[in-house]
Design a protein around this ligand. Structure first.
Ligand code: 5GP
Length: 226
């Protein structure tokens, strides 16, 4: 599948509670011609969420049918529901000349990279610490203790070591620094801004491997202590 040569497909992912939503919203607030892809999900709408705006809310049957028809670039399961990147939605945005930002589970991001290769850029967001990750999940008050334990285990056993399949890594410790990082990455990929390119270099996987390896070790040790 090709994409309009000038448009960017930017995937932002990380464990639940890593702060990826805040960083995505910051890009959307700070830049024009960029939109958030609207995924399909089987989970019911929350609060003021609207069909076609926040998600396309589908039944399991509708989702399964669309998956069989090849309507998704990737799909994944999260908290007993299904989430999928709709080909139709992403292609429409790219063809309208927009850059597209996607907020995906870690396995979803890895699968999207497999589909698009270097045509999509993926950013992995590391949580500041396992303790803060847990605090954020608790503060959301949407999960039982058992689910929080499951998410924490999943984060440290299956998610944090997938950073090696991403193009950039951000350690979301100081929010202002992370905002600066994500915007530099975005600008470096969509403009000729030299300062942004220089800053973004620091966050490229190739330049962060040692840092990321040590971070994973630290997060693992913290997880063992919780
Ligand atoms: P929520 O139910 O809180 O809106 O989203 C739950 C999780 O689903 C988030 O981690 C979000 O990144 C992920 N998600 C949303 N849309 C998609 C999608 O199309 N594909 C995948 N793989 N994950 C998604």
């Amino acid at each position: 599948m090709g994409k309009s040569p000038d448009s960017l497909l930017l995937v932002v992912s990380g464990p639940s509670g890593s702060g990826k939503n805040t960083l995505i919203n910051f890009i959307l607030e700070s830049r024009e011609n960029v939109s958030h892809s609207v995924s399909a999900t089987t989970r019911p709408p929350r609060g003021k969420e609207q069909n076609g705006v926040d998600y396309y809310f589908l039944t399991f049957e509708e989702f399964g049918k669309l998956a069989d028809e090849g309507g998704f670039f990737e799909f994944d399961e999260y908290r007993e529901n299904r989430y999928g990147t709709l080909k139709s939605d992403v292609v429409r945005r790219l063809e309208a000349g927009n850059n597209v930002v996607l907020d995906l589970t870690v396995p979803g991001a890895v699968n999207l990279k497999k589909e698009f290769g270097d045509k999509a850029k993926a950013v992995f967001i590391f949580p500041p610490s396992m303790k803060i990750l847990k605090e954020r999940l608790v503060a959301r008050a949407s999960d039982s203790d058992e689910t929080i334990k499951k998410r924490m285990r999943f984060a440290h056993e299956s998610e944090i070591d997938k950073y090696g399949e991403f193009d950039y890594v951000i350690y979301n410790d100081v929010l202002e620094d992370s905002k600066n990082a994500i915007l530099s990455i975005y600008d470096s990929l969509t403009s000729c801004d030299r300062k942004a390119k220089k800053t973004a270099e620091k966050y490229k996987l190739a330049n962060s491997r040692e840092f990321a390896e040590n971070l994973v070790k630290k997060l693992r040790e913290e997880a063992d202590e919780i």
